[in-house]
Design a protein around this ligand. Structure first.
Ligand code: SF4
Length: 205
């Protein structure tokens, strides 16, 4: 039975599904409201956040398409609009001229700072729960997200800590890039290990 049917809400799964739907509606509303205040669309807000927190190698038009789950032409349009507003700049990778890199301008960085608290109200609501309930909720949501990820409905971007490809302190001789990513087979700077990566795979499976 559909979670939209109130009769279905006498099951826990039905109650939880509709609650998650309402939370997603609240998030959509918050994004639209903040966007209206700053003259940004929800996709532009997501693009700005992506450019601030994704690892440098994926900050490209292609990487943005994957992040927004839209076609290349659509993400290129989002980047065009942000470029016209002076919030990002493009550059090409000399080794592969088909790859268009994206980076925030100082004005873009400033605007992200005004945008990134958009989910604070959700976090405040979670903080009203006792720690034990937060811990159970975090565990349960992680499992649900993993299932949705496995089914291809969502892509999980996470930082290196906790990733099965992360090799901490693998290059003690190189203080600039002391860690290693076994997926890319490349050294990692400490700061980059705190950025979001689409190739993240949980260490426990
Ligand atoms: S694959 Fe894992 S270790 Fe490599 S950069 Fe991504 S999150 Fe970090």
């Amino acid at each position: 039975m559909s979670a939209f049917n109130p009769r279905h809400r006498d099951t826990l799964a039905g109650q939880i599904s509709i609650a998650l739907y309402r939370i997603s509606q609240a998030m959509g509303f918050l994004l639209r409201e903040r966007g209206l205040q700053l003259d940004l669309t929800p996709a532009q807000i997501q693009a700005l956040l992506f450019l601030k927190y994704a690892r440098p190698g994926v900050r490209t038009i292609g990487g943005l398409s994957e992040r927004l789950k839209v076609a290349y032409a659509t993400s290129s349009g989002v980047a065009d609009a942000l470029e016209r507003k002076g919030l990002l700049k493009r550059s090409v990778v000399p080794e592969d001229l088909r790859v268009v890199k994206l980076a925030l301008t100082p004005a873009g960085e400033e605007l992200v700072a005004q945008v990134e608290g958009v989910l604070d109200v959700i976090e405040a609501a979670v903080n009203h729960l006792p720690e034990e309930e937060q811990s159970s909720l975090a565990h349960a949501l992680k499992i649900i997200v993993r299932e949705l990820h496995g089914a291809g409905y969502v892509r999980v971007y996470e930082m290196c800590r906790g990733c099965q490809f992360f090799r901490k302190d693998a290059h003690p001789e190189n203080p600039q890039e002391p860690h290693h990513c076994a997926f890319m087979d490349a050294p990692l700077r400490e700061a980059d290990t705190y950025l979001e990566c689409p190739e993240f795979a949980p260490a426990n499976g």
